[in-house]
Design a binder for this molecule. Structure first.
Ligand SMILES: Nc1ncnc2c1ncn2[C@@H]1O[C@H](COP(=O)(O)OP(=O)(O)OP(=O)(O)O)[C@@H](O)[C@H]1O
Length: 251
């Protein structure tokens, strides 16, 4: 069953068009990887799905999540979807953590903004999410401020924040780039587990090793257009587009 259906999506930042007729689907239990060079529009696809665009952006097309047209929802309805139904891990964790609050209170806040729960329940959900995100000694880290954590740990806090409400879909923009190999493996294992729980992930990555390890399907983006789409094995064994061949030969 289709969890997310994106059809003929176009995006303009002021006069400049950056997405051209982008269409793809994400099924339940699937990890879709988006690959493409810097500036090809990968992050813009995720920001458009969650409607986190600047006021000067213009969008046409359709983004259906479980049959609901997200592009037509009010901001209030979108708020109830962001973080709860659809989680997001951004590229630069420092930008999304508030320096004035402990990381534990920020993750709990995400939980409490979507569920009527007491402090104890929120605390337990927070510790569980931190463990799943591969944070060692989560009870200690819970009380720390972002500046007291390394870049890799901050990224894992963002991942915990994205999964604390157990969303059906996680959008992850280069989530493992700042992490060392063992933590990276743990995060990829977390994404694989999400598939088994009937959830799905859209993963932006430059790393074809990551695609091979967890991806089910891939879309290749070039200058805002989908130039190739297919199952991971098909793309690796038989890339059709010159651009995909070039990306593959670069690794
Ligand atoms: N908020 C914005 N306002 C104006 N232009 C933007 C904005 N965000 C991105 N762009 C432009 O849109 C195009 C696509 O950018 P986007 O960040 O989506 O690409 P990307 O493939 O994710 O790149 P990267 O891998 O470097 O993150 C680029 O030309 C970029 O300069």
């Amino acid at each position: 069953m289709s969890l997310l259906e994106v059809k003929n999506l176009n995006l303009w930042y002021r006069e400049k068009q950056v997405l051209f007729d982008v269409s793809f689907e994400v099924k339940i239990g699937e990890i879709l990887c988006i690959v493409g060079e810097s500036g090809s529009g990968k992050s813009s696809i995720l920001f458009t799905i969650l409607r986190l665009l600047p006021p000067y952006a213009r969008v046409s097309g359709s983004v259906k999540f479980l049959g609901r047209e997200l592009l037509k929802l009010s901001e209030r309805e979108m708020k109830s979807i962001r973080g709860k139904e659809v989680g997001m891990v951004f590229q630069e964790p420092s930008l999304y953590l508030d320096p004035l609050f402990t990381v534990g209170s920020q993750i709990e806040e995400t939980y409490l903004s979507h569920f009527k729960a007491g402090r104890r329940e929120a605390y337990e959900a927070c510790i569980k999410a931190m463990k799943k995100a591969g944070i060692p000694k989560p009870e200690e880290k819970y009380r720390m401020y972002p500046h007291q954590l390394s870049g890799g740990l901050k990224q894992r806090v963002c991942i915990a924040n994205a999964i604390v409400c157990e969303p059906k879909l996680v959008l992850a923009d280069e989530p493992t780039t700042a992490l060392d190999v063992s933590v990276q493996r743990r995060i990829l294992a977390l994404f694989r587990n999400m598939k088994e729980e009937g959830k799905a992930v859209i993963l932006i990555t430059h790393d074809f090793g990551v695609v091979a390890e967890v991806g089910d399907r891939v879309i290749v983006l070039k200058d805002g257009k989908v130039v190739e789409e297919g199952d991971v094995f098909e793309i690796f064994d038989n890339p059709k587009h010159e651009y995909t061949k070039k990306l593959l030969s670069a690794i």
